[in-house]
Design a protein around this ligand. Structure first.
Ligand code: ZN
Length: 1031
């Protein structure tokens, strides 16, 4: 679709086909009542119902934690006598006072939150607009303006009767100059980056390229025979390793050590000098590479078949150290990566359990949910909690006899006792208010740059096309606001024939005109919504406004949504220039890099953003930021909104609908239609003596261990670190239990519970043996990205390297002497890819290079994104796949769908690119097709048509009428289907096309040395040297 006005002053009638058209729901129906009253509605809430419980203007410093947590999380085991722990139920009936009701009196005060005292109107609910009389008066004073009117046509300033946000805030500058002309710096920086891409002249001599030759090209003399990736070395037990003797698996856990114990599965790589030479030698081909992508730890799953699937929970090592000294010798992060809503393949969905009559069975002391690891005793009348060992009564309705082996006879009908993942339907005591409906509010930039990019039209069309698929019908609510130098609200009341726009231009004193009709029930107002979306692009097509009142618009959106919560989707194109939260250009000062001020650029400039994020989270609002600017747009600040509300950042630099429209359409569609968990909190419990100490990802911590997640979906993962509370663990097994309490889109309150067990070990070697590279890398990269917010990039990279060195040194000390492996680099087989992933982390967008290697916005947006990625997705981004395509395309058509050969990934080094070939580089976010110089012209012509000789930066890939072209398109589609979370756009580049080739591909070939950065070989040599120092 083009961007031209379709000339539609007439708003189309509601299509008869829409499912919602048939029976217009009754007017004035409150959204909640339509879903059937839910018990507990009087309970002031998990979040207070705003009118009933106005927020304290000064947040109490009392941590909410204790009271609020008493139900959902276990209090630290040391505090079992905590009076906040509810008394044991005397029967199967749940305690009358549910866990969430307890903290109604202190609604999430937190010292970290926004100083509410500054902004009384701000925290107030929609239902209680700052000055009801004012808005009432407005309503009567201002004639509703039909859609299609020029946006500025009914500007009005809000009357000054409202309590001002703060009178001191009202010093707004005169309109700022157009950034486009005044601050071209950022665009310039981009081109610098292009220029700095490594110069490459005829990089690929026939057959063996060597762009940026590694220290040892294949012609190196040192390669001769000496290298070797030494296969796992069987070491006979009689060698009597000390560690072997020590390795006692305490307890009755599965005997993991017993068989593997006979074999030390470390690996090594020869990096010793060749005699007579000072140069180190290393066999490039023998170096380990993760060409199969992420591999989930099988052994662990086999050890504990009742554990939840690793797609939900992975530990950085499944052997939990029994002592603090062991932890300190591990050196790698010790912790977990959790993806609570990971998509399950058909047939493996998480079973839903409804304890209608008994209430949810939980340990009365630590609040652990009943799970496969609890044990039943006393002829079935008692059960022992696997986390705190307390003996609990089995409620009468839950009683079952035990068989001769002590198993309940009803085990087959009890998923909660046999599956590591279950979902409990939560009874009313888990609700502090009726479950909220899914709410989608869209805040759309309509300034001139937004109009010109074509973003508005793509967004409007995409939302419209998703209306039938938004989760939660018929309760779903929807609303819109647009902004440039003013804020435009839209009355979507179902009784209207078309929406009405109201413009508020007083940015100092935001108020809501018609507060009740800005967020409407989608099924009731469907035709008004459709009319609005159809007309939105043309409404602003002639807008020449260059300003952005983003901050005030954000506050307005907050006011609209604060009563219900929901998802706020922000489409932003112009650096916020007016009102609160205005931002300035920064990051174009080269001199700041490398100094102590560098990291400031990656932090939000204005505390407004973090304060808003805290407010939004408190009111169950998750923010997804879509940014499109061709200039600096301060993702560091904007992304804060997503970071603390459980949202995400999607950045489309220099968005043009003709090029990026498809990507935006797909990714927005996924955002709008994927299953979403609303108003959620998550807690992960673990057994006595072990404690979670830090959390990493996009969320806000509401207490020491309760993660507030206004919205969660299958594409979000969270990482956390563990530490030992005691110097010595005496248990044999540690259990972990993730509990996500949320409202499903259907309106049911649910608790998704994942449980896993892991053995406690006394042996460091076992910890390494049971390490999970994917989980380690996930935690590692999150820590490194966080470090860039308080340190220089270089420091963050060094810390990655240092931890790998320390870990390998420790590991070496375990084995090197006994095996006389002096000259070899040794590492655990389980972590053989870790050094390469470490290098990849250092070269990832958030951490790489310096000023010129990635724009500040790109760095920040990649950082926000990587903080949320599930393990598989993250590993693919770090070590993308490189696949040769031409041979496959030339095969007979019968093999078109044979994708097996396409899974053969190549090492990410330029020497693997044959100039006669066609290659696909795929990092999960974008595709790059590389055309070798000597590629058969037939192939190029088939794939590119008339463009085959053109400069490929201007060519686009589309299907031509021949088998080869169809095959290629199908292959790309297939890859996109495999991972639908993002839509990779396809870029084309020809060998030698500079600087694009360097920028798009060569600088991303992780194993090659680029500019001043290490390639894989140098990196390994450097690590090896450091490991050997003082070894
Ligand atoms: Zn317990």
């Amino acid at each position: 679709m083009g961007t031209e006005n379709r000339g539609r002053p007439q708003f189309p009638a509601r299509p008869a086909a829409t499912p919602f058209a048939a029976a217009p729901p009754p007017q004035n129906m409150m959204p909640f009542s339509s879903s059937g009253p839910l018990v507990g509605s009087e309970a002031s809430g998990f979040r207070p119902t705003p009118p009933a419980a106005p927020l304290p203007t000064v947040p109490s410093s009392t941590p909410v934690v204790g009271s609020q947590a008493s139900g959902f999380r276990s209090p630290p085991l040391a505090r079992f006598n905590d009076p906040s722990v509810p008394p044991p139920p005397t029967s199967n009936i749940p305690p009358p006072v549910g866990p969430y009701q307890r903290f109604s009196a202190s609604p999430f005060p937190s010292t970290a939150q926004a100083p509410l005292s500054r902004a009384p109107p701000f925290g107030q609910p929609v239902a209680q607009p700052p000055a009801p009389p004012a808005s009432l008066r407005l309503q009567s004073q201002i004639p509703p303006v039909p859609m299609g009117s020029p946006p500025q046509s009914i500007n009005f300033a809000s009357p000054n009767v409202n309590v001002p946000y703060s009178s001191s805030d009202s010093t707004f500058p005169a309109p700022r100059p157009n950034f486009q002309s005044s601050f071209p710096g950022y665009a310039r920086m981009q081109s610098n980056a292009d220029l700095q891409a490594p110069p490459i002249q005829s990089p690929f001599p026939p057959h063996q390229g060597g762009y940026a030759p590694a220290p040892l090209a294949s012609s190196s003399p040192f390669l001769t025979h000496q290298g070797g990736y030494v296969p796992p070395m069987p070491v006979a037990a009689p060698l009597g390793l000390q560690s072997r003797d020590q390795m006692q698996h305490l307890g009755s856990g599965p005997p993991i050590g017993s068989i593997q114990g006979l074999i030390e599965d470390f690996s090594s790589l020869s990096v010793g000098s060749v005699p007579g030479s000072v140069d180190p030698g290393i066999d490039l081909k023998a170096m380990p590479r993760p060409l199969d992508g992420d591999v989930e730890p099988k052994l662990f799953a086999e050890m504990y078949p009742m554990n939840c699937d690793p797609r939900y929970l992975r530990l950085t090592t499944s052997a939990i150290p029994n002592s603090a000294s062991l932890v300190s010798r591990w050196h790698l992060p010790l912790g977990a990566v959790v993806c609570p809503l990971a998509e399950a393949p058909d047939g493996e969905e998480v079973p839903v359990v409804n304890f209608v009559s008994t209430g949810i069975i939980r340990c009365r002391r630590c609040r652990t949910y009943v799970n496969p690891f609890v044990t039943f005793t006393d002829a079935g009348r008692k059960w022992r909690c696997n986390i705190c060992s307390l003996l609990n009564d089995v409620p009468g309705e839950y009683f079952a006899h035990l068989d001769a082996t002590g198993r309940r006879i009803d085990l087959d009908q009890r998923p909660e006792l046999t599956k590591g993942s279950v979902e409990f339907v939560a009874p009313t005591e888990y609700m502090m208010r009726p479950p909220m409906p899914p709410v989608y509010f869209f805040l759309i930039d309509v300034s001139i740059s937004a109009v010109r990019s074509g973003m508005i039209e793509v967004v409007a069309q995409t939302i419209r096309s998703c209306l039938d698929e938004l989760p939660g019908y018929p309760r779903t609510q929807i609303g819109f606001a647009t902004f440039d130098s003013a804020i435009h609200f839209y009355n979507m009341k179902s009784s209207l024939a078309q929406p009405q726009m109201m413009v508020v231009s007083d940015l100092d004193d935001i108020f809501l005109p018609l507060p009740d009709d800005l967020l409407v029930n989608l099924s009731e107002s469907r035709s008004v919504v459709e009319t609005f979306l159809d007309s939105l692009p043309s409404m602003f097509q002639d807008n020449v406004n260059v300003e952005s009142a983003f901050g005030p618009a954000l506050k307005a959106a907050f006011m609209v949504m604060s009563q219900l919560g929901g998802k706020l989707l922000i489409f932003q194109n112009t650096l916020p220039s007016l009102g609160v939260g205005r931002l300035k250009l920064r990051g174009d000062d080269l001199r700041v890099y490398g100094t102590d001020k560098e990291q400031m650029l990656r932090l939000p400039e204005d505390p407004f953003y973090k304060q808003m994020a805290a407010e939004l989270t408190k009111y169950q609002i998750a923010v997804n930021v879509y940014a499109f600017s061709d200039k600096y747009t301060d993702i560091a600040s904007l992304g804060t909104l997503a970071k603390y509300t459980g949202g995400q950042v999607n950045y489309y630099p220099s968005f043009q609908s003709a090029i990026h429209g498809k990507k935006l359409r797909h990714e927005l569609t996924r955002d709008l239609t994927r299953e979403t968990a609303w108003e959620a909190v998550m807690r992960i419990r673990c057994g006595k003596g072990v404690r979670f100490t830090s959390y990493h990802g996009n969320f806000m911590l509401r207490s020491t261990d309760l993660m507030a997640l206004p919205a969660v979906d299958c594409d979000k993962a969270y990482a956390m670190q563990i530490s030992l509370e005691e110097t010595l663990l005496t248990t044999q097994t540690v259990y972990f239990q993730v509990a996500l309490l949320y409202t499903a889109s259907c309106g049911e309150r649910r608790i998704r519970v994942h449980t896993a067990a892991a053995p406690v070990v006394a042996d460091l070697g076992e910890m390494y043996r049971q390490a999970d590279t994917g989980a380690v890398v996930s935690l590692f990269s999150r820590l490194a990205i966080e470090k860039t917010l308080s340190h220089k990039l270089e420091d963050a990279r060094n810390s990655v390297q240092l931890r790998i060195v320390k870990a390998l040194k420790e590991y070496r000390n375990l084995y090197a002497v006994q095996h006389r492996l002096g000259g070899r680099m040794i590492y655990p087989e389980s972590l053989k890819f870790l050094p390469l992933y470490g290098l990849a982390i250092c070269r990832s967008t958030p951490l790489r290079g310096g000023y010129a290697d990635a724009s500040l916005d790109e760095r920040c947006s990649a950082g926000y994104t990587m903080m949320t990625l599930p393990v598989k997705k993250l590993l693919k981004l770090l070590y993308p796949s490189l696949i040769r395509l031409d041979e496959h395309l030339l095969k007979a058509s019968a093999q078109v769908d044979d994708f097996k050969n396409l899974d053969k990934r190549l090492p990410l080094a330029a020497e693997n690119l044959d100039s006669r070939g066609l290659y696909l580089y795929d990092d999960g976010f974008r595709f790059l097709i590389w055309f070798g110089k000597a590629l058969s012209p037939d192939v190029a012509m088939n794939l590119l048509g008339a463009d085959f000789a053109a400069e490929l930066s201007k060519a686009t890939l589309y299907e031509h009428d021949n088998e080869m072209s169809r095959k290629l398109i199908r292959i790309l589609e297939k890859f996109r289907e495999r991972d639908p979370s993002y839509y990779p756009l396809c870029h084309l580049v020809r060998q030698g096309e500079q600087p694009r080739e360097g920028f798009l591909l060569l600088s991303n070939l992780v194993e090659d040395q680029i500019g001043g950065t290490n390639g894989y070989v140098d990196w390994i040599l450097q690590i090896h040297r450091q490991v050997q120092q003082n070894a």
